[in-house]
Design a protein around this ligand. Sequence first.
Ligand code: NAD
Length: 380
Amino acid sequence: MSTIFVPKETQPGELRVAATPETVKRLVKEGFAVQVAASAGETASFADRDYEAAGATIAASGAWPAADVVVKVAPPTPEEARALRAESLLVSFLAPHKNLDAVQALAERRVSALAMELVPRITRAQPMDALSSQASIGGYKAVLVAAARLGKYFPLLMTAAGTIRPAKVVIMGAGVAGLQAIATAKRLGAQVEVSDVRAAVKEQVQSLGGKFIELPMQESGEGAGGYAREMGEDFLKKQREIVSRHVAGADVVITTAQVPGKRAPVLLTRAMVEGMRRGAVVVDLAVDSGGNCELSQPDREVNHNGVHVLGFTNLPASMPEDASTLYARNVLALLLSTSKGGAVTLDLADDVVGPTLLTHAGEIRHEPTAALLAAGSAAR
Ligand code: NAD
């Protein structure tokens, strides 16, 4: 029987937890012994007694017990990585390119680290797709944050005091977060216009009631695996010209555009923000990868000529209960697919485990991360 430990998250602002009483109950039923750090679920509204009722034991806060498996949300610090039992299994978001010291520590401890962001987007892995479950929350919350910040209504209102026109929302990037943002803004009654470089999303945008902004695509914006391709500066310049006409009349702009492994494209320049009306709100969800808006700052609000520019690095954590519920189910699905009778067996040839395994048996298996570490040690 393997033991699973659920620590309390330590990264500032991280209110989520990697297992909930629901998933603990299932893990215990499968034959795992589960230990949950005292108050690990508190910020996500899950009490220690609920975990106990689900079959977990509560571990006193402080040093981590030597568990076979640790499940986490935020990437471990290098100290946390070194606290893992040698050759144990870690399941977590790892953001490897930003946490090279922790990755090195994981490899040195010969930890098998399954990185939730590396789960391939294949049909079988959909229940394990934490990028999607969390991005969807980000898109939903971005609209609510914008609506709360805006000094106007979202819906059309006919009142005794006259008519209020509906808010105009422009959404850039119609991936998982963007599509959820469109749906949410439409439910609130806004008019929604959308820009994306993948032609395939046009129909999805329209089916949600959004208006697709046509771009002069000389070549396809589709990259590998359903993601976007990095577009050249000439195209981005043209795109900004077209989009700026829509942005100038917008009350809210929500940006979610990303290209895997690259800096996020700049879609909203300072000049474009200066062309927006006072009181308008920009929410940049790509701020962690460089930002789609030239003026956005991580987890800060910038006021530029009366336009509120908000950059969020971890919006899903602001809705910790459902974010944890979905993330914990993603982790559960991954653990169940790699275990039998409460014991984990990693099949390196498996089409989910193979690409998801960042470190194993002292090796860094993810090539881009290994290359970054090699470049770092060459520079030292
Ligand atoms: P993402 O976070 O990498 O990017 C968000 C969006 O930004 C994408 O729609 C992308 O096309 C867009 N973008 C990039 N450059 C842009 C630009 N210059 N202007 C405007 N938009 C730009 O993407 P994501 O949300 O993680 O997912 C992207 C796609 O992956 C999905 O729409 C879907 O097709 C696919 N996907 C598949 C599965 C699955 O099969 N299991 C699961 C999730 C996502």
